[in-house]
Write a protein that binds this ligand. Sequence first.
Ligand code: TRP
Ligand code: SF4
Length: 328
Amino acid sequence: MALKRVLSGMQPSGKLHLGNVVGAVNNWLKLQEEYDSFFFIADWHALTTHYEHTENLVQNKREMMIDWLTVGLDPEKATLFVQSDRKEHAELHPILSMITPLSWLERVPTYKEKMAQIQGRDLSTYGFLGYPVLQTADILLYKSDIVPVGIDQLPHLELAREIVRTFHHVYKKEIFTEPQSKMTEIPKLTGNDGRKMSKSYGNALFISDPEEEVRKKIMSYVTDTARIKKTDPGSPENCNLFPLHKIFTNQEKNNEIVESCKNASIGCVDCKKIAVDSVNKYLEPIKEKRREVEALKDDIVDMYKQGTDKARTIAQGTMELVNKTIRI
Ligand code: TRP
Ligand code: SF4
């Protein structure tokens, strides 16, 4: 039996940070070993919220291409490409748009939330409303069986399945696979300010940050605010730094830290220093790999072009079938 196909995309926000890595990409590393995997940089999706800010898009895509390779995504194992290099995504999108009721899109939670939360950007566009339809096109184009996503994206997958059913109903032919979501375990990484680690909050630890930068960023973490003096007992659950320990410090030391924090036998400064070491140690092989990857120069783009070529047969095959089915 053929391997099941996995597909996921990521918007080109630029350099990867630790949150991206432990949240999504590390998961993809496992998947590329077991499935026929497709991972792509979703640059058209980036336009839905940033159409007036394209000045950094080329650089952001390049940074993401490099970072994906440095953490271990492997073009020999997975098909890596850039969304806008495969025009079939844009061919399938309007076709799916025709059969998608407006009301379905208006009730998607990410749509309502972003409209309410994001200030200073124009989100009252047709493109932004249609974000999940474009995402559905990405998924259906490759007949993806499994789509690994974070919890916020589950409604998009539900919508994708509804669009599949509608298509099959309208055109009386079952040509698509109903994609299943695969929820990614996302350990919550917080930034120094206690908010979710995110490039847009300016609190991210990038995987390419030099050791000194990592040190500075970690030393600036606001820890348990109830712990005013070193002699006050602390609680790791109320500490923004502790998630870093949970992920990057070994179990034994971790237990020690929890104990010593609670009985005030360790100070936050010393505790942070341990986190600096843990994170820098984790990043060491990734930076080693970066040197190899950066030496490839123009070949980096070529690797993604090869992915685009590998994706072609399937994407074109799907579009032929779609166009025949709807008599276009
Ligand atoms: N919407 C996804 C996100 O913000 C990115 C994405 C675009 C995607 N197309 C996709 C994810 C297709 C999975 C499948 O994370
Ligand atoms: Fe956080 Fe460590 Fe300070 Fe405890 S000792 S509050 S875990 S930084």
